[in-house]
Design a binder for this molecule. Structure first.
Ligand SMILES: Nc1nc2c(ncn2[C@@H]2O[C@H](COP(=O)(O)OP(=O)(O)OP(=O)(O)O)[C@@H](O)[C@H]2O)c(=O)[nH]1
Length: 256
């Protein structure tokens, strides 16, 4: 059964004039295509800037204040590629182990693309990339889905400890494109945009799917706050991680 393009049928009753004109009482049917939704997870050590990158892309700004993500925050943005609107659903995951535990299986279910983030000023966060890649393998994420590596905080030019050569070698080894950027620097905003748009282009041609997750439930705990295209469950709700245990994603996702 192809559920990729769920169609919505709208029946419009004809008034008498229309009926006379067409000479028929048939109802007119118009078909509306639903947007395809893609789940993109953003992973990496704590403090590398995952929240800021996703916020920059979805909200167009660098958030002045962030707190450690607990569980997961969702942000989404609709982009248009070659005439088709795609909904990119970014899962901003917690970098801290203690805030990830109960959520991990949700992160890795029905993923369409992965963004691995490290901090160019923290070599440890770069070294951790192997761990994050292993975790993806562990959850059977296929390497055929789009995956990119992002070195963030390039505006900190005086404290860069991961040089581009080193990062490029690692990216080549793992067959992923490397982007070095800054969520903070306004002049890099287009670059952040380009990272996610690159993924969107790749997804456009990939297997489509839809997930009513946010439409149906709001968030994993059923609460949504939405402004300027940003959906966030907030960053300091320990209960989210707890409540998410009860989510049956099979019910929420449709991966045909
Ligand atoms: N200079 C600079 N600072 C940044 C940049 N991106 C993020 N930061 C700062 O780095 C800190 C951590 O940013 P977050 O986006 O919260 O990091 P995170 O990876 O989401 O962290 P967790 O939620 O703990 O996993 C914050 O103080 C940000 O202001 C950047 O591009 N440049």
């Amino acid at each position: 059964m192809n559920l990729f393009f769920r169609t919505q049928f709208t029946f419009r009753k004809m008034d008498d004039t229309t009926k006379q004109k067409t000479g028929s009482s048939r109802r007119e049917v118009s078909i509306k295509k639903q947007k395809r939704i893609f789940k993109i997870i953003v992973i990496g050590d704590s403090n590398v800037g995952k929240t800021c990158l996703t916020f920059r892309f979805c909200g167009g700004l660098f958030p002045m204040k962030t707190e450690a993500t607990i569980g997961v925050d969702f942000r989404e943005r609709i982009v248009e590629i070659e005439g088709e609107e795609l909904k990119l659903q970014l899962w901003d995951t917690a970098g801290q182990e203690r805030f990830r535990k109960s959520m991990v299986q949700h992160y890795y279910r029905n993923v369409h693309a992965v963004v691995f983030v490290y901090d160019v000023t923290k070599i440890v966060s770069f070294e951790s990339l192997s761990h994050w890649i292993e975790e993806c393998d562990q959850y059977q994420l296929t390497t055929t889905i789009p995956r990119v590596i992002v070195g963030n905080k390039c505006d900190c030019t005086d404290s860069i400890s991961v040089n581009t050569n080193m990062a490029q070698k690692f990216a080549d080894l793992h067959n992923m494109p490397l982007f070095e950027t800054s969520a903070k620097d306004d002049s890099e905003a287009d670059h952040v945009e380009a990272i996610f748009m690159t993924i969107a282009h790749k997804l456009k041609n990939s297997k489509p799917m839809m997930s009513p997750l946010l439409h149906k439930q709001g968030t994993l705990d059923g609460t949504v706050s939405q402004s300027s295209g940003v959906i966030s469950v907030g960053k300091s709700h320990a209960r989210e991680a707890k409540k998410s245990n009860s989510v049956d994603e099979n019910e929420l996702w449709c991966a045909c």
